[in-house]
Design a protein around this ligand. Structure first.
Ligand SMILES: [Zn+2]
Length: 229
């Protein structure tokens, strides 16, 4: 996935540069292949070291991954019972390391959808409206970081975080409580702030308010699960 062989060739993560890397059934990948994702997710590049030389390939991609709640897939499903033992579930979840989860901004649980709803008329936000919202949020970010910069909220430095993600005391309390209750890392703390900034931008809000922080915290559901184990 990261690339390799001799001479080093780019892997899937570099082929997905400036695009999307989708990993279905995430826990089925070898843990070693998944851990390799940590460096590129952080730095947008991957370095492959060989005895004589090391090669760096670009690897700035959006990671999208899917997984089941348990090996049989029915944990929490109202229509079918889950047949897994707690041990099997723990082993399954344990294949995704905390440091990798830390680097994923949004964790979203998707309950199974009954057939009638699938075939019914869709409501919710349409693609065109969504594109409009994203374009607006992107424009806000261009203004924030300067027209020449390609920086986005997700890549804000610590200094920029302090400058652009100042919280009022209620927001600070919320975040502190989440850190304590969920045992979040410093990295997850910063991710929540970056995410909250984007939620506020999508809303057209200049201030980072408690509901933005709350929503961003809610996207850490897998941290909660791992913490509860
Ligand atoms: Zn199960």
């Amino acid at each position: 996935m990261a690339g390799g062989s001799n001479p080093p060739a780019p892997g899937e993560i570099s082929l997905a540069h400036h695009g999307v890397l989708f990993l279905d059934e995430l826990p089925e990948f070898h843990r070693r292949s998944l851990e390799v994702l940590r460096q590129p997710l952080e730095h947008g590049a991957v370095t492959i070291s060989r005895a004589l030389a090391s090669t760096t390939f670009p690897a700035s991609f959006m990671l999208v991954a899917a997984m089941n709640p348990c090996p049989c897939g029915y944990l929490g499903d109202a229509r079918r019972p889950c047949k897994c033992t707690p041990m099997q579930i723990e082993r399954y979840m344990g294949r995704i390391s905390g440091p990798l989860l830390d680097r994923i901004d949004l964790h979203i649980e998707v309950p199974s959808v009954p057939f009638q709803e699938l075939s019914g008329k869709a409501d919710g936000t349409g693609g065109l409206v969504m594109r409009e919202q994203v374009n607006k949020a992107r424009a806000v970010q261009r203004e924030r970081f300067g027209p020449e910069s390609h920086r986005l909220n997700s890549r804000m430095t610590t200094r920029q975080l302090r400058r652009f993600c100042a919280l009022d005391s209620e927001g600070q309390d919320l975040l502190k409580k989440a850190m304590d209750d969920l045992g979040l890392s410093a990295r997850a703390h910063d991710r929540i702030l970056r995410m909250a900034r984007t939620i506020a931008d999508l809303e057209g809000s200049a201030d980072l308010r408690p509901p933005h922080v709350m929503e961003a915290i809610n996207y850490r559901s897998l941290d909660r699960k791992l913490w509860a184990r």
